[in-house]
Write a protein that binds this ligand. Structure first.
Ligand code: HEM
Length: 147
């Protein structure tokens, strides 16, 4: 059994699930904040709260943790000296920003849960592009592996 390939497969499955959540959660926030603005029923906003919480707890958090664990295991597998390479450092910077974004989304989720959301639907539409930009950066860095 090739451990490196096994770790990489698990890493990729986790990373895809994490990205799916990072792209989908702010989209729910757009609809949720629009529903609040338009004074929609309590039933609808409660449904959004359940969707947000389940997505975050059951998909995004585990996926992020597994991405990190197997990413770090991959670093050990291919050798710590890879940290000296620009592409590894760049990827790490992008991934740290992605993790900060993940934590920020959790804070937004908590505000929605407490009915104290202060951001507009437009704000959530704009921040929804952040993971897309980071994803493009990460993939380009990984594929081209600049010196
Ligand atoms: C969470 C922290 C992360 C760490 C520590 C990490 C680290 C790594 C390492 C060390 C490799 C092996 C590279 C090689 O074999 O040359 C790898 C592979 C890969 N990672 Fe990550 N990664 C992380 C997150 C991500 C994210 C968020 C994405 C995508 C959005 C991603 C996409 C990939 C891809 C596509 C590969 C396969 C590259 C190849 O086979 O050439 N990783 N990762």
């Amino acid at each position: 059994m090739n451990t490196y390939l096994l770790f990489k497969s698990i890493h990729l499955i986790a990373v895809i699930s994490w990205m799916a959540g990072l792209l989908y959660l702010p989209r729910i926030f757009v609809y949720h904040s629009e529903a609040i603005l338009n004074n929609k029923s309590e039933d609808l906003t409660s449904t959004f709260k359940v969707m947000e919480r389940r997505l975050f707890i059951y998909i995004m958090n585990p996926a992020m943790i597994v991405s990190w664990i197997f990413g770090v295991l991959l670093i050990y597998t291919i050798g710590l000296d890879n940290f000296g390479l620009l592409w590894t450092q760049l990827k790490l910077v992008f991934v740290i920003i992605l993790t900060i974004y993940h934590i920020f989304l959790f804070q937004c989720l908590r505000k929605f849960a407490e009915n104290t959301n202060s951001f507009s639907p437009k704000f959530y539409r704009i921040i929804n592009e952040i993971p897309t930009v980071l994803l493009i950066g990460i993939i380009l860095v990984i594929v081209f592996k600049p010196l």
